[in-house]
Design a protein around this ligand. Structure first.
Ligand code: SPV
Ligand code: MG
Length: 291
């Protein structure tokens, strides 16, 4: 099955499905091996892995280069966090063209302005996109895709920017009508009250995606009760690796030897396995003379 079709099935499922963040080829591979059905290519964590801020400091083609490695390393669908689409409708539709060429299954765009700022930094101060302009962007993206199953998720930032339920509903409905395949409702509250209020009024009109980074303590059964289709664990591989890298760097720096760290890190053989070194050995036997 095509990656796009797989993502479409995930987004249209009755019960919540879960996708996990990755930010490069090896983390994408680990997400797939773990059993997840899809990958969230997070803007925050791809930026962080490149050592820059989540403010479109990495150019969109630099993000595409990372995605290409992620896509080549995996067979499950990738949903790109496409920020605002990196410009107007024209930039966004060109993005779709380039994503399809790299076998990326879908993209999520958010209704803010380029260059964006992460939702958890001064959310209230962030201006939202004009609704009509954003709807034109959605239409341009949907008109551009060659594969009918390519997914465009639209992310409503009205709660983040302090606008409340009415504006959130108004925007979600406009984006649905413009052709979005699913609506991502983002909230920075530590409880789930905004999402609950939205789901009650939304009444199953169209698939809903959530990112419970801040309301992490809510049991996932609640997401099922609310009728949510897709849950994104948005940044946890990056956060885990920061802790792991800091600990090992500190220990090696302090102890000036490797005796106590060898058992705490992945083996070199494990790296080779993740890189599929065996496949190359077999190919060499087949294609290289004298092997
Ligand atoms: C990301 O992972 O980059 C996201 C989700 O957009 S959030 O950081 O919660 O805004
Ligand atoms: Mg993001």
């Amino acid at each position: 099955m095509k990656k796009t079709t797989k993502l479409k099935e995930i987004i249209q499922s009755n019960d919540p499905e879960f996708i996990m963040e990755a930010h490069n080829g090896i983390s994408a591979k680990i997400v797939e091996e773990t059993g997840f059905k899809g990958i969230w290519a997070s803007g925050l964590t791809i930026s962080a892995s490149l050592g820059v801020r989540d403010n479109n400091e990495a150019s969109w083609t630099q993000v595409l280069d990372v995605l290409e490695f992620m896509s080549d390393a995996t067979s499950i669908p990738i949903l790109l966090d496409g920020d605002t689409g990196y410009g107007n409708f024209n930039n966004a539709r060109r993005l779709v063209k380039k994503l399809e060429q790299r076998n990326i299954a879908g993209v999520c765009i958010e209704d803010k302005l380029f260059p964006k700022t992460n939702s958890f930094i001064n959310g209230e101060a962030q201006p939202l996109a004009d609704i009509e302009e954003f709807c034109g962007k959605i239409k341009a993206m949907k008109d551009t895709q060659q594969d009918d199953d390519f997914i465009v998720v639209t992310r409503v930032e009205a709660f983040i920017a302090g606008w409340g339920l009415k504006e959130t509903l108004r925007r979600a409905e406009a984006y649905r009508r413009a052709g979005a395949d699913a609506i991502l409702i983002h909230s920075k509250r530590s409880d789930i009250t905004e999402i609950e209020a939205f789901m009650k009024e939304w009444n199953g009109r169209h698939p809903v995606v959530i990112v419970p980074t801040k309301y992490y303590s809510i049991p996932t059964d609640r997401f099922k009760e609310l009728g949510i289709q897709l849950v994104i664990w948005a940044n946890h591989n990056m956060r885990a690796s920061i802790v792991a890298m800091k600990n090992i760097s500190r220990q090696v720096y302090r102890e000036k030897n490797l005796m106590n760290v060898e058992g705490k890190v992945a083996t070199i053989e494990e790296i080779f396995r993740l890189q599929q070194a065996e496949e190359l050995e077999a190919a060499e036997k087949k294609y290289l003379p004298g092997k």
